[in-house]
Design a protein around this ligand. Structure first.
Ligand SMILES: [Zn+2]
Length: 325
């Protein structure tokens, strides 16, 4: 029941009943619904802004973000594997390759150094996942740097290996006379009795006894610096400069097969056994020099002799007998 309302009519000086008009009633109903609708709508907006309810689009975006996070985590695991492999390569690089070629190891700090100075990651700051993205980017930057350093190190090692190969080809490392041509190793490096004076004297090389005319071979790559008869005692002799401070000398030759300034390879025929100069019988007197000092040639026959042959030679070479000079 709606309340009955009255109004004062000054013409009749009495209160009269207000008859509610139909149109007004409808208007009130419409206003009520409009008000409810507006109120509900405002409420809904408030509710959405407080994140208590997600729209389908938000839900799908959230799922996508979760998926990205998962993928990031998987990439992180793969990165860890790469880091481990790289660490292993670096380890071998420092402890085997660089060590073998006598290069200093590259310190850990240098290999793993990040980037200092300006903040390279500023653009990545301020997002929900910033921390994860920045740390991943940092790791990738470090891996990239490690790779560059490793690659440079391998370049250096390649160069050193080439040098070492040249060095190994150069140093006097084979016996200058073939085993089958050898009558016997007459005398080694050390104190020997002089064949002429019989006095005890240092013998600075090795004497290989062979018939006159036996071929003599260069014991390493190098350049012939002398092939003449102008050094006292050695008779007709050849000197080969091998570089790296090494020189080999071949004395008492009967004939030369090379000239001064000629380049030779290890194993090239350079001359023939004889007995020129201060020599008692046909033989090759062979010396190895390092940094202007004569050293024991027996330490240089890598690989060209069998273990047995080497032992035999060692036995002869260390016997204190008479040298042939
Ligand atoms: Zn000698």
């Amino acid at each position: 029941m709606s309340k009955v309302k009255y109004y004062y009519d000054p013409d009749t000086l009495s209160y009269r009943k207000i008859e509610p008009r139909k149109s007004r009633r409808y208007r009130n109903i419409a206003l009520f619904f409009l008000g409810s609708f507006l109120f509900g709508f405002l409420g809904l907006i408030l509710l959405l802004n407080t994140n208590l309810v997600n729209t389908p689009r938000e839900l799908s975006l959230a799922r996508e973000v979760k998926n990205y996070e998962l993928q990031f985590e998987l990439l992180g695991k793969k990165m860890e594997q790469i880091e481990n492999v790289l660490a292993n390569i670096e380890d071998r690089d420092n402890n085997i390759y660089r060590l073998y070629f006598e290069a200093n190891p590259i310190p850990e700090e240098q290999r793993r150094a990040g980037f200092g100075g300006v903040n390279r990651y500023k653009a990545l700051e301020g997002f929900n996942n910033s921390e994860m993205i920045i740390s991943t980017t940092k790791r990738l930057d470090i891996i990239q740097k490690q790779m560059v350093i490793q690659s440079k190190s391998l370049d250096e090692i390649t160069k050193l290996a080439e040098e070492k190969e040249k060095l190994l080809a150069a140093i006097p490392a084979i016996q200058p006379i073939k085993n089958e041509d050898l009558a016997r190793m007459a005398s080694g490096y050390g104190w020997r009795s002089d064949p002429f004076t019989k006095a005890r004297k240092m013998h600075w090389g090795m004497d290989f006894t062979s018939p006159k005319g036996t071929p003599i071979y260069a014991s390493g790559d190098g350049t012939v610096i002398r092939a003449d008869n102008n050094a006292s005692g050695y008779g007709k002799h050849i000197r080969i400069d091998h570089g790296y401070g090494y020189m080999s000398l071949y004395g008492h030759l009967s004939q030369y097969n090379v000239k001064a300034r000629q380049k030779v390879k290890r194993g090239d025929l350079i001359g023939f056994v004889g007995s020129t100069g201060r020599s008692e019988a046909p033989h090759l007197h062979y010396e190895v020099w390092k940094d202007d000092e004569r050293i024991n040639p027996i330490n240089f026959y890598y690989g060209s002799l069998t273990a047995e042959e080497f032992e035999n030679m060692l036995k002869y070479a260390t016997q204190e007998n008479q040298s042939l000079d």
